[in-house]
Design a protein around this ligand. Structure first.
Ligand code: AMP
Length: 114
């Protein structure tokens, strides 16, 4: 999709610090990290949010989650714990309308979230 930031990253047109590359998903570092490890995992194809992807392509949703876990293992936070978050819509402060799974770890993340 034109004018989509994360489509631009998936296409290699916009720079990002890549962490893992899979056939249909991609993991890269968040530009404004909220924890020592803060990675975003996206589908290469454009889907607006978690619900859209889950209904359109459950196989890619499964790959997205496996990529998130593998990125956490690679970062060394799988053992100490990590949080995976989909923000969907205005109240959740979704700012990029291309499905992305936040993977946060490396500190005590607290609960409940804000
Ligand atoms: P959300 O608020 O859930 O839509 O999350 C969007 C995330 O994208 C935020 O955590 C931003 O810091 C991050 N972000 C925005 N632009 C970039 C970029 N060019 N590269 C990496 N992360 C980005």
């Amino acid at each position: 999709m034109t004018d989509c930031l994360f489509c631009g990253i998936a296409a290699g047109d916009i720079p990002a610090t890549l962490v893992l590359e899979r056939s249909r998903t991609l993991a890269f570092r968040d530009l404004n990290p909220q924890a020592p490890t803060h990675i975003l995992v996206i589908a290469r194809d454009h889907h607006a949010d978690m619900g859209a992807l889950a209904h359109a392509d459950p196989e890619v949703m499964a790959e997205l989650m496996a990529t998130a876990h593998d990125a956490a293992v690679q970062e060394g936070v799988a053992e100490t714990g990590y949080r995976s978050v989909f923000n969907s819509g205005r109240d959740a402060h979704q700012s990029v309308q291309h499905v992305h799974l936040h993977v946060l770890g490396g500190r005590n993340l607290g609960w409940p979230p804000g």
